[in-house]
Design a protein around this ligand. Structure first.
Ligand SMILES: C[S@@+](CC[C@H](N)C(=O)[O-])C[C@H]1O[C@@H](n2cnc3c(N)ncnc32)[C@H](O)[C@@H]1O
Length: 369
């Protein structure tokens, strides 16, 4: 194991990725198959400096507003740009200037190749999506800081920037993607980062995150090794902690969309692998809502528990409110339910119909559909 070179995890990440933006670093690559159709429009230097471990862009839909966390040289943004189309929008956020330089230089070329421009790149940290670091730099050049009073004023200005011109507004994003970045965020900032993901998503929006996870906790010694940390290894959370972090931040319908059985690396017995997790931001509080719909859990398990703690027994009817219904329908487990209007199949007007998660119909009763 390499020796400890720098106590700062974030500092080490910035230094390493500034270099990796200039020329490809082989050790940072985890082989990923992207849809070749989308790669044609993207300059070679972007594709070559690919440091991803999955492909969250394949879960996006046309027309969406997408935020890519840790966008690097921009590959996922440029793929997403084509998936969401001219009606959609993509924002890439990265904290490393050299990465942003490559991405921003490539953007006009991609726009020309695909016929529209819908991607922008912002300088910021993904655990602080309110603070636009380009805006901060502009403010610093206008009011340089030379003493402690200047520092105190700067703190006030930073707070004003966050509240008056947030880089990413609350409830503004349909889908967050990220490719091999969350693990790089300082251990004591990870919780904050998950809450930022939740803040910026629209209600009903979702995060699709490809990242490295471990099968057991990483040792303190490995975490102190900035080479391993910046190499997307020792900052990895365990598989279960990763899912729990989404849950703690308020997400629901959380699941692995992809789980690489084949390890990426094994170090001192700790197995690191790539996964892609999907998690939804739910509707607003519906606990007081009147129950106007019925749903039946169709199986195959004997019973399941949803994120609200409700136990669904196989085959039993449960009454739920409209908001809870909508959330259930849009969730990954929507396919497991049959949805009925109040009165269910006993009413001649109402059809008993299982719906897919993407279907807009559930029953013929408008109170529920
Ligand atoms: C492993 S690379 C992945 C880049 C890109 N997602 C890809 O698929 O090629 C990690 C990127 O995340 C950025 N990064 C790491 N920590 C960050 C943070 N806390 N805030 C913003 N960007 C960060 C780095 O600058 C780097 O560009």
């Amino acid at each position: 194991m390499s020796k400890i070179i720098d106590p700062s995890q974030e500092g080490a990440v910035r230094v390493r990725y500034a270099k990796a933006a200039q020329s490809r670093e082989q050790a940072l690559c985890c082989p990923v198959d992207y849809d070749p159709r989308y790669l044609e429009a993207i300059p070679a230097e972007v594709i070559e400096r690919d440091y991803g471990c999955g492909d969250p862009s394949r879960y996006l839909k046309p027309g969406e507003t997408v935020l890519d966390l840790g966008s690097g040289t921009g590959k996922i943004c440029f793929i997403a740009s084509q998936v969401v189309g001219a009606e959609g929008r993509v924002i890439g956020v990265d904290m490393t200037d050299d990465m942003l330089d490559v991405a921003r230089e490539a953007a006009p070329e991609v726009a020309e190749n695909i016929g529209f421009a819908n991607v922008s790149f912002r300088k910021g940290r993904i655990q602080d999506l309110k603070l636009d670091l380009d805006d901060l730099e502009k403010s610093l050049s206008e009011h340089p800081v030379g003493d402690a009073n200047g520092f105190l004023e700067l703190e006030e200005r930073v707070e004003r920037l966050r509240s008056e011109q947030p880089m990413i507004e609350d409830n503004s994003i349909d889908a967050i993607v990220s490719n091999c970045v969350l693990n790089l965020v300082d251990a004591d900032k990870k919780r904050l980062m998950f809450s930022e993901l939740f803040r910026v998503l629209k209600v009903g929006g979702r995060a699709v995150i490809s990242d490295i996870v471990s099968d057991q906790s990483v040792t303190e010694e490995m975490m102190q090794d900035t080479e391993l940390w910046s190499g997307c290894l020792s900052g990895a959370m365990t598989e279960s902690d990763f899912l729990e972090a989404f849950e703690e931040a308020g997400f629901y319908g959380i699941r692995f969309r992809k789980f690489d059985v084949e390890p990426w690396r094994v170090i001192d017995g700790v197995v690191f692998r790539s996964v892609t997790v999907e998690a939804f931001k739910g509707v607003s509080d519906d606990s007081e809502e009147a129950a106007v719909c019925e749903a039946i859990y169709q199986g195959p398990f004997k019973a399941i528990q949803d994120e609200d703690g409700q136990i669904w027994e196989r085959g039993d009817r449960s009454k739920i409110g409209k908001a809870a219904f909508e959330r259930l329908k849009a969730s990954p487990y929507g396919d497991s339910f049959a949805f009925l209007g109040i009165g269910g199949s006993d009413s001649p007007q109402i059809q008993y119909q299982a719906v897919s998660a993407n279907s807009s119909t559930c029953c013929s009763d408008d109170s529920c559909c």
